[in-house]
Design a protein around this ligand. Structure first.
Ligand code: ATP
Ligand code: XMP
Ligand code: GLN
Ligand code: MG
Length: 522
């Protein structure tokens, strides 16, 4: 079907009703090559329309649609002509808003359930008549609204799917977004393509083309930009996109804030420049960062100071560069998770202020150019590959901009940084030697600088600090699990760190997933 392409300008909005899986729905939509964003259920229909959505998905949620105070949907949404798909609670909402009946049936279904396709319709053709789906509900639609065809049922949900193709509305009681619904992705794709009429062509090549155009439009014909470049994946890809858009009107700025890992500066100045040919200047800012951070213990305070000092460094570099000519634009490799965690999503809580989002000072003079702001890391990697960046850059493990400062629990000092830098280098060496670089998303090493424990080394008493190993596996850093690193590798890391780092007499392993823990400790 030849409809609109979904993109940053025509997103598929996932309306979050408190679902466990709202982000996952958005990811699945993106996997179907349509661009998607999560928005809160408090957003008005007018505000949704202002985003010019290609379609809207109503998520699941814990409430019951008939309960007092339950989050609802404005029935006007269904009159706008925008295609809508309801999942679980969203399906029940759609049913009750359009005149169907939803009730507490007592027929709970949690987990694997057999679905029977009673009418293939647009969504369920060529799928076995009986197939497993993942359910998680206690309420059910007992009567579908007028105009809808019921297309599937399950033992506990006589109306388990319905569609009104003319009005481009459809929904399912089950969760198509989870891996346990093997045909769910197909059903979602059919809604986007065959019901909503979206051209699912949101591919890395199209993202590059669209983004380069948008950057040109923002920076104009004569504008000059600097790009905060860390050697990491995000800023490398952002720089490559901007370079493609404005060529040599871009200069990259690497800030050595003294919070870097062993060998990092050389790697950026030598290897990164050799691999990409970017025009790079380095700012030596160790002294000022360490001075400003002295005695600061609170993680948010650290982050705000670091965010501010990054900008001061960029301002200094811009002044030196332009010799009076204005550099108005600052390029940053900000990703969607940075925005969400900084509380900048739609109604999201502030978990931590990423230095490049929530940590920015109020008096920022630059206009920000953030071409990756809507993307997740795996999407950024695909864009980087599309741009021809080498594997060594595209597949690099992330390292946070605030660096080792947010891995010292306690105040930051040059001595503590030196200790942590060595321990971190040892852990990275051993994990690489064990061939785990691609299995592990990243492995922060955290120095508990305000904790001491008693040890015995060389027959003498020590009273040193512990370090924590935090190996995690993840797809996009929004959720993570701790990586089961082989004991032999852990043993080598532990032995080497306690032998080679004077202040450290204990190595412990963090076995917390995210949630509830975050990846970094601060
Ligand atoms: N040392 C640095 N010098 C200049 N800019 C930096 C530095 N560290 C971080 N930044 C800026 O802050 C942004 C966010 O940092 P972040 O660590 O999330 O991304 P990254 O370093 O580019 O990629 P990765 O997530 O792979 O480490 C970067 O994209 C970059 O623009
Ligand atoms: O550039 C950054 N600036 C920051 O302020 C920041 N805080 C966390 N991170 C990285 O983001 C990912 C998610 O981390 P958390 O689970 O700790 O929030 C992980 O990959 C972290 O390393 C940051 N990156
Ligand atoms: N997962 C859901 O969306 C559940 C919807 C509703 N709370 C029910 O129990 O039926
Ligand atoms: Mg980084």
């Amino acid at each position: 079907m030849d409809g609109v392409s979904s993109s940053g300008e025509h997103p598929v909005l996932v309306v979050d009703y408190g679902a466990q899986y709202a982000q996952l729905i958005a990811r699945r939509v993106r996997e179907a090559q349509a661009y998607s964003e999560v928005v809160p259920h408090s957003m008005s229909v007018d505000d949704m329309l202002a985003k010019d959505p290609a379609a809207i998905v109503l998520s699941g949620g814990p409430a019951s649609v008939y309960a007092e105070g339950a989050p609802s949907v404005d029935p006007a949404l269904f009159e706008t002509g925008v295609p809508v798909f309801g999942i679980c609670y969203g399906f029940q909402l759609m049913a009750s808003a359009l005149g169907g009946t939803v009730a507490h049936t007592g027929d709970r279904e949690y987990g694997r359930t057999e679905l029977h396709v009673t009418d293939p319709g647009r969504l369920h053709g060529d799928i076995p008549e009986a197939h497993p789906v993942w359910m998680s509900h206690g309420d059910g639609v007992t009567v579908a609204p007028e105009g809808f065809t019921t297309t599937a049922s399950s033992p506990g949900a006589p109306v388990a799917a319905f569609e009104d193709v003319d009005r481009r509305l459809a929904g399912v009681q089950y969760h198509p977004e989870v891996g346990h619904s093997p045909h769910g992705q197909l059903v979602l794709e059919r809604f986007l393509r065959d019901v909503a009429g979206i051209r699912t062509d949101w591919t890395p090549a199209n993202i590059v083309a669209e983004t380069v155009e948008a950057i040109r439009a923002q920076v104009g014909h004569a504008g000059r930009a600097i790009c905060g470049l860390s050697g990491g994946v995000d800023s490398a890809v952002a720089a490559a996109l901007v370079q493609r858009a404005i060529g040599d009107r871009l200069t990259c700025v690497f800030v050595d804030h003294g919070l870097l890992r062993e060998g990092e500066r050389g790697q950026v100045e030598r290897d990164f420049v050799a691999a990409t040919g970017v025009d790079l200047v380095t700012v030596d800012a160790e002294e000022v960062f360490l001075r400003e951070l002295a005695d600061v213990v609170d993680p948010e305070e650290k982050r705000k100071i670091i965010g501010r000092e990054f900008i001061r460094s960029f301002e200094g570099a811009a002044r030196d560069l332009a010799e009076g000519e204005g550099v108005d634009f600052l390029v940053q490799g900000t990703l969607y998770p940075d925005v969400v965690e900084s509380g900048g999503g739609s109604g999201a809580a502030n978990i931590k202020s990423h230095h490049n989002v929530g940590g920015l000072p109020d008096d920022l003079q630059f206009s920000l150019v953030e071409p990756l702001r809507a993307l997740f890391k795996d999407e950024v990697r695909a864009v980087g590959t599309e741009l021809g960046l080498p594997e060594s850059i595209v597949q690099r493990q992330p390292f946070p901009g605030p660096g080792l400062a947010i891995r010292i629990i306690g105040a930051v000092s040059a001595d503590r940084l030196a200790t942590l830098r060595r321990a971190d280098a040892i852990a990275r060496e051993e994990l690489s030697a064990a061939g785990l670089d691609r299995t592990i998303w990243q492995c922060p090493v955290v120095l508990l600088a305000d904790v001491r424990s008693v040890g015995v080394q060389g027959d003498g008493r020590t009273y040193g600090h512990p370090v924590v190993l935090r190996p995690v596996s993840s797809e996009d850093a929004m959720t993570a699990d701790w990586t089961r690193v082989p004991y032999e590798t852990l043993e080598r890391i532990s032995t080497r760190i306690t032998n080679e780092c004077a202040e450290i007499n204990r190595v412990v392993l963090d076995v917390t997933s995210k949630p509830p823990g975050t990846i970094e400790w601060e």
